[in-house]
Design a protein around this ligand. Sequence first.
Ligand code: A2P
Length: 315
Amino acid sequence: MKKLKFKNGDTMDAIGLGTWKSEKGKVTEAVKIALNNGYKHIDCAATYGNEAEVGEAFSEVFKKGDVKREDIWVTSKLWNNAHKKEDVIPALKQTLKDLQLDYLDLYLMHWPVAFKPDVGFPEKAEDFLSLEEVPLIETWNEMVKAKEQGLVKHIGVSNFSIPTLESLMKDTDYIPEMNQVELHPYLQQNKLLEFCSKNGINVTAYSPLGSGDRPDEMKAADEKSLLENPVIVKIAKKHGASAGQILIKWSEQRGTAVIPKSTNEERIKQNLMSAGYQLDEDDMKEIADLDYHFRYVNGKFFELEGNSYENIYDD
Ligand code: A2P
């Protein structure tokens, strides 16, 4: 499997286990299965509401002794209601407590969007704080402090467009080390990948399988399935792989990290084995033609009438 390199020499396995939408009752077992079957990269976030259950898996697996803390890479994310400078490090410490860890390998600002501290998910314009009230640089500077304090080894962002990255980068010497974004054959993000590559920013692909298990209110009535796409299915047959494996391999082969979510033992194992396939030039060309800039996670839930957030992705 490919590894992503960081400037200090650290490396991260390209294929990780995603935990967004993993149910509390299933995620402990899923993470244990993953770690006991060769996964070395687990992607978490405070807002997934299951970090304590992920932490139980870490604790049990480390206690058994087959896998050590330093052998794995753990990412988590700062939720939008903790962007004010006094809230960043306490939110990180809560995540560390829930995950039962002393440090994270990577901490990401989940969105370039801020909510009031008591808001979990916004329902009205007043639930937000504007970027004038809490500039991204205020939040970022606290994340830099968290890194300096040794609470996290690397810091980065998620759901940042090129203009949003540029606006942050002009105010800081600490270039984000990662941008985690939605990325799959329907949303190939070529310009963003090029920008990130030029600036030494690694990229992680989320929703690589089309996140079919996300809430219905996030779904468009006419959205197309990635797993059932005829080109993907055809390439899968050609290689004797599953469609999911082709989608995961495609991201890995392009040099990004990729975090397929599964709580199913068989699929957790097969997803890691995607690395063993190799897509040829024809496959890559056919998949390149599938791009139509379609987002499964379109960010519209943060664009409420009367708040200051518009066109979060700068599309
Ligand atoms: P499950 O957890 O039951 O395996 P994404 O990573 O894009 O958010 O997609 C996650 C969805 O894809 C979940 O519904 C998950 O279900 C399903 N899934 C995970 N791995 C595979 C696979 N190899 N083939 C088909 N579906 C998969």
